[in-house]
Design a protein around this ligand. Structure first.
Ligand code: CTP
Ligand code: MG
Length: 218
């Protein structure tokens, strides 16, 4: 599933972020094709703003996709996408349209780990910056032990049953999808993420994505 129903306030492109082009191709198309090119994804449910339903269908011809309208926050959009996933799906990935350069290897590692028995799997990277907590005045309170920290990417992978159960209990907008499964008491496994799976949030990220694509095609 590809949640792509956000408005992209922080990018401020004037159109919903998933429809912004990188190297002439909208992020949502890059993200769908990235999932399909992994060879382990059979169908993609794409969740878009209701105003963009027709545009999204037009951008994704000849692909095994279902396009559905999203909700007010990402959690509501994932819930809408989940409702459109067929009953025979065994493994469900939840990805971000805003991670258009995610390598196929990340997708395969996540699916492999779910198929090997993990109820929930997330791709992660070590945290390289020193991380500190501060008080209201900005004064440092403590230094966090970085060795135990991981930055979390997508796609996050789930046994379909566990993800459905987690959302049936009432989604909490404050956590990610794996956090909801964690709240069920299920273990969440990690696999190696990839720097290329970074999320395009700001104009800086968009510029970086464009430069990386140019670099790859040079
Ligand atoms: N998303 C969604 N439905 C929402 C909000 C977000 O499907 N109501 C999706 C976005 O389209 C994106 C992913 O969730 O692919 C990650 O969200 P984020 O990077 O925060 O994107 P936006 O919400 O669009 O950006 P912003 O928060 O800057 O407005
Ligand atoms: Mg957002």
């Amino acid at each position: 599933m590809l949640p792509a129903a956000g408005s992209g306030v922080r990018l401020g492109a004037g159109v919903p972020k998933a429809f912004v082009e990188i190297g002439g191709v909208p992020m949502l198309v890059r993200a769908v094709d990235g999932l399909l090119s992994s060879g382990v994804v059979g169908h993609v449910v794409v969740v878009v703003p209701v105003e963009q339903l027709r545009d999204a269908v037009g951008l994704l011809p000849d692909r095994p996709v279902t396009v559905v309208p999203g909700g007010a926050d990402r959690t509501a959009s994932v819930a809408a996408g989940l409702a459109a996933i067929g009953p025979d799906a065994e493994v469900v990935l939840v990805h971000d349209a805003a991670r258009p350069l995610t390598p196929a290897g990340v997708v395969r590692r996540v699916v492999d780990a779910v198929r090997a028995g993990a109820p929930a799997v997330i791709p992660v990277l070590p945290v390289t910056d020193t991380v500190k907590t501060v008080d209201d005045s900005g004064t440092v309170v403590s230094t966090v032990d970085r060795s135990a920290l991981r930055a979390v990417q997508t796609p996050q992978g789930f046994r379909a049953r566990e993800l459905r159960l987690a959302y049936a209990r009432g989604p909490d907008p404050a956590t990610d999808d794996a956090g909801l499964v964690e709240a069920l008491g299920e273990p969440v496994a990690t696999v190696a993420g990839d720097p290329l799976a970074f999320k395009v949030t700001t104009g800086w990220d968009l510029r970086l994505a464009g430069l990386l694509l140019e670099d790859a095609s040079a």
